[in-house]
Write a protein that binds this ligand. Structure first.
Ligand SMILES: Cc1ncc(COP(=O)(O)O)c(C=O)c1O
Length: 370
């Protein structure tokens, strides 16, 4: 029996194929949530299956005391796509952010203004994970209950307002589009102001690309829509195409900050997950040119139905308010898998493989619900 920490819908999925899911009663659903941004190339994509099967037959795991080819190749791919330099692999988003936080504090320690600067600024309404430390980073009061004492040294600044950083700050960590917080893209001027203030004060500019990354926002990474140059980013979710993988990639000069023995992960860089990620990236590279136009079309569809919509690429939301639960139930009953986010938001994160015909189907079913 499972614990009660999730409020699950009364549906049991048994199979996925393309952009559709099937439940144990044989009902078919168009997936508009991608397992919360994970199934970026849909289900059972033949290239992904081939890569994962092949790697499972070759080498499923080796410890990080040795090199493996899939991890090295994937690190090089990610460095190339980001324009950054060196990679650490973890297994989830929260773990990736833990690594970013340790990178920032160790960077500051190595600079040795003594005592080291240790504070990290994050945004109100942000979401960075569920470990005790990443909950501290998360700027939502409702999540700061029950688990005291939380990790010290985090404070929250208001998005798109005057930027004021406290003394002792070693890093600023942001999502370019707040995901769990309600699909809220930050204003470009605010992003550029953060970047400048960080650069001028030797503060690390860190971007959480866990939900926004790997094509979700129409470029490889959301920050590339704004011409930003972060010092390091975290990633997870969509890169694995369904297998658990996360990590960070940092600019040149930060490769040796997490020196021997300061950080690690038994499963990080697992060969099967990395082989799956390499296949996923290959598929996304072909999808990338079409993502923004599909997103614009879905934005219009949401706007027509609800009178508002927002987002970037295929990361979309509309404010519904009190009616949200009812809308979600109706969508599920009509064979659509939707998603919610904070602030009464209907959130859409379809697989990046969604076709125009499938968008037609979504439009038709959305029009039919009350
Ligand atoms: C922006 C962001 N950061 C971190 C996380 C945490 O990722 P995980 O659930 O893989 O730990 C999420 C998950 O929703 C996220 O959206």
């Amino acid at each position: 029996m499972l614990m009660n920490n999730y409020k699950r819908y009364n549906v049991t999925f048994v199979k996925g194929e393309g952009n559709y899911l099937f439940d144990d009663k044989g009902r078919k659903y168009l997936d508009m949530s991608a397992g919360i941004g994970v199934n970026s190339i849909g289900y059972a994509h033949p290239e992904w299956v081939k890569a994962v099967e092949g790697q499972a037959q070759t080498l499923a795991h080796a410890s990080n005391l040795f090199h493996t080819q899939p991890a090295q190749k994937l690190a090089d791919e990610i460095a190339e796509k980001t324009g950054l330099h060196s990679v650490f692999f973890a297994n989830s988003g929260a773990e990736a952010n833990e690594a970013l936080i340790k990178l920032a504090r160790k960077y500051s320690f190595d600079k040795t203004d003594s005592p080291a600067r240790h504070k990290i600024a994050t945004l109100s309404n942000s979401f960075h994970g569920r470990t005790v430390t990443t909950l501290s980073a998360t700027g939502q009061d409702r999540l700061h209950k029950y688990f005291d004492p939380f990790t010290e040294g985090f404070y929250h600044i208001e998005p798109n307002k005057k930027l004021e950083l406290q003394g002792e700050t070693c890093a600023v960590l942001i999502e370019v589009v707040q995901g769990e917080g309600g699909i809220k893209p930050l204003e470009p001027e605010f992003l550029r102001e953060i970047q400048k203030k960080c650069a001028d004060n030797d503060i690390l500019f860190l971007i959480d690309e866990i939900q926004t990354g790997f094509g979700r926002c129409g470029e490889w990474f959301a920050y590339q829509n704004y011409g930003l140059t972060p010092d390091a980013i975290s990633f997870a979710k969509g890169v694995g195409g369904g297998l658990p993988i996360g990590g960070i990639v940092a600019r040149e000069g930060l490769k040796d900050v997490l020196s021997y023995g300061t950080h690690g992960s038994t499963f990080g860089g697992n060969p099967i997950a990395c082989a799956g990620a390499l296949a996923t990236i290959e598929v996304i590279s072909r999808l990338l040119p079409g993502i923004k136009s599909k997103g614009e079309r879905l934005k219009l569809i949401l706007n027509k139905k609800f009178g508002n919509s927002r987002g970037l690429g295929l990361m979309l939301g509309a404010t519904i308010g009190d009616n949200l639960d009812d809308i979600i139930t109706q969508l599920l009953e009509s064979g659509i898998v939707p998603l919610t986010a904070g602030g009464g938001t209907l959130r859409l994160l379809p697989p990046l493989t969604i076709t125009e015909k499938e968008i037609d189907e979504f439009e038709k079913k959305l029009a039919e619900i009350g």
